[in-house]
Design a protein around this ligand. Structure first.
Ligand code: DOR
Length: 436
C-alpha cells in the first residue's frame, strides 16, 4: 500500500524541516520526505485551505500543515475498571480526532496498573480496539498507595514506558528515592504528580481570594512547589530521570528553570488549561473547571507561558481526564477533578502560536518530539522508516468547541463554546487514515 501526501507545509523539528513538500508512505511506514526547494511557507499561506483527493493514493495537502502525529504522554483511558467514563476504544478515537497518534495512559485504573498482568491487558486491548498507539505507564507503588514499590522491572519488560502514581503523589521521600534509583537502573522516567497532601488535604480550588469568597477549601501553590523541588533534589541525588507532571504554578516554573540552569536532569509538562484559563473559571462553581492541580491566577498563567517560551517546560500534555456527567454534576466539593482534553489541546495550543508565545516548530516539539525523546520511543518524527503517524491540519479552519461532538465519553470541558483555530482533518496512525 502506497500513499503520497503532496504539497503540504511540513514541520518536523526532528529533521529541521519547515517547508513545502511531499511525504511518501508505504506499508504503514514513512518511506520518504521530500522538501521542494524554493517553496517557502509564506507562499503556502496564500493557498486555499481545501483538500482534494484523487483516488485513495494521493492526498493533496496544499495550504495545509503536516506534522508528525502528536504524542500525549499523559492521558487517562480509564480501562480497566471505569469504562463508564472512557474506554481504550473511545479514548484513542478522541486522540486521533485531536491529532494524536500516540498516547500514554496513567495507571489509576481499577485494578491499578501496578502489575504486569494489568499492563498486558491494556496492551492487548489497545491492539484489538485502539485507534492509535498506546503505551501504558505503570504505578510507582502498589495500589498507588505510596507505601510499597510496585514491580517496576517486570512491568517495564511487559511494556510500561514510564512510572507514575499520577492522581496521587508519592509522599514518602524514601520511596520516591528508591523509585528514582530503579528508574535509573531500568532507564525509564518517573513522572511525578507533585502535591504535598498535608497542605492540599480537603482543598478543591486554588488558595486565594476566590477560595475565600466562594467558601471552598484552597490548595496553595506551595503544595506543588515543595514536591517539585523535593523530586528535583532526589533525581540529583540518585541520577534518576524525573519528569514533572501538569505544572500549574509560577513557583514551580521558577524552580524547574533554576534546576535546569544548574544542569540538573529534569523535564516538565504543562497542560492547555494551565495556560488558557484561571481560577476565575470556577467562580460559578462549574465543576468542569475543577482539576487537580487547580487552575490558578493570571500571574501563574503568564509564568507558564514564559516557561513554555524559554523551553523550561518541555511538553504540552493533555492530562485527558474524562468523567461521567453525573459525577461532574455533583456539588463542587464532591465532583471529581479532571478535564477531557484530547479534542481541544491542539486548538488551545495553537493560540500560543497566534499570540507569539511559541513558534510552530516549538509547538510540534512540545506536542510530539520532546515527549517521545523523554520516553525513549520512536515517535514524534517523520524520518524515513518510522511509523506513518502523521496529522494534517487545516490551520485556517475555525470551529466552536462542542463537547457533544467529542469522540471521548468525557464531555467535561470548561472550553465549551470557545472558538478555536486549527483542525486536524486527516490523521494517519501507522499508515491507517482517519478523515474528519
Ligand atoms: O484532575 C485530575 N484528574 N488530576 C489528576 O491528577 C488525576 C485526574 C483523574 O484521574 O481524574
Amino acid at each position: 500500500m502506497k500513499l503520497l501526501i503532496t504539497k503540504g507545509h511540513i514541520v518536523d523539528p526532528s529533521q529541521g524541516i519547515d517547508g513545502i513538500g511531499n511525504i511518501l508512505i508505504e506499508d504503514g511506514k514513512i518511506k520518504e520526505v521530500r522538501i521542494e526547494p524554493g517553496e517557502q511557507r509564506a507562499k503556502s499561506k496564500e493557498r486555499k485551505s481545501e483538500v482534494r483527493k484523487s483516488g485513495s493514493e494521493i492526498i493533496d495537502a496544499s495550504g495545509l500543515a503536516v506534522f508528525p502525529g502528536l504524542v500525549d504522554m499523559h492521558v487517562h483511558l480509564r480501562e480497566p475498571g471505569f469504562e463508564y467514563k472512557e474506554t481504550i476504544s473511545t479514548g484513542t478515537r478522541a486522540a486521533i480526532k485531536g491529532g494524536f497518534t500516540t498516547v500514554c495512559c496513567m495507571p489509576n485504573t481499577n485494578p491499578v496498573n501496578d502489575h504486569a498482568s494489568v499492563t498486558e491487558f491494556i496492551i492487548r486491548k489497545a491492539k484489538q480496539e485502539g485507534h492509535c498507539t498506546v503505551y501504558p505507564i505503570g504505578a510507582i507503588t502498589k495500589g498507588q498507595k505510596g507505601e510499597e514499590l510496585a514491580e517496576i522491572g517486570t512491568m517495564k519488560n511487559e511494556g510500561c514506558i514510564a512510572f507514575s502514581d499520577d492522581g496521587q503523589p508519592v509522599m514518602n521521600s524514601m520511596i520516591m528515592r528508591r523509585a528514582l534509583e530503579y528508574s535509573k537502573a531500568f532507564n525509564v522516567p518517573v513522572i511525578s504528580h507533585c502535591e504535598d497532601l498535608t497542605l492540599s488535604e480537603g482543598g478543591v480550588i486554588n488558595e486565594g481570594l476566590i477560595s475565600v469568597t466562594r467558601g471552598l477549601r484552597g490548595i496553595p501553590a506551595e503544595a506543588e512547589m515543595i514536591m517539585v523541588f523535593r523530586d528535583i533534589l532526589l533525581a540529583e541525588l540518585t541520577g534518576g530521570k524525573i519528569h514533572i507532571a501538569h505544572v500549574s504554578a509560577e513557583g514551580s516554573v521558577d524552580l524547574i528553570r533554576y534546576a535546569k540552569k544548574k544542569g540538573m536532569q529534569v523535564t516538565a509538562e504543562t497542560c492547555p488549561h494551565y495556560f488558557s484559563i484561571t481560577e476565575e473559571s470556577v467562580e460559578t462553581y462549574d465543576a468542569n473547571a475543577k482539576v487537580n492541580p487547580p487552575l490558578r491566577t493570571k500571574r501563574d498563567v503568564d509564568a507558564i507561558r514564559r516557561g513554555l517560551q524559554d523551553d523550561t517546560i518541555d511538553v504540552i500534555a493533555t492530562d485527558h481526564a474524562p468523567h461521567h456527567m453525573d459525577e461532574k454534576l455533583r456539588e463542587f466539593d464532591q465532583a471529581p477533578s479532571g478535564i477531557s482534553g484530547l479534542e481541544t489541546a491542539l486548538g488551545l495550543s495553537l493560540r500560543l502560536v497566534d499570540e507569539g508565545v511559541l513558534t510552530l516548530k516549538q509547538l510540534v516539539e512540545k506536542m510530539a518530539l520532546n515527549p517521545s525523546r523523554i520516553l525513549g520511543i520512536q515517535k514524534g518524527t517523520l524520518t524515513a522508516g518510522s511509523d506513518a503517524d502523521i496529522v494534517i491540519v487545516d490551520m485556517k479552519k475555525r470551529y466552536k468547541v462542542s463537547a457533544e461532538k467529542f469522540a471521548s465519553k468525557g464531555k467535561n470541558t470548561p472550553f465549551e463554546g470557545w472558538e478555536l483555530r486549527g483542525l486536524p482533518i486527516f490523521t494517519f496512525s501507522k499508515g491507517k487514515m482517519y478523515e474528519w
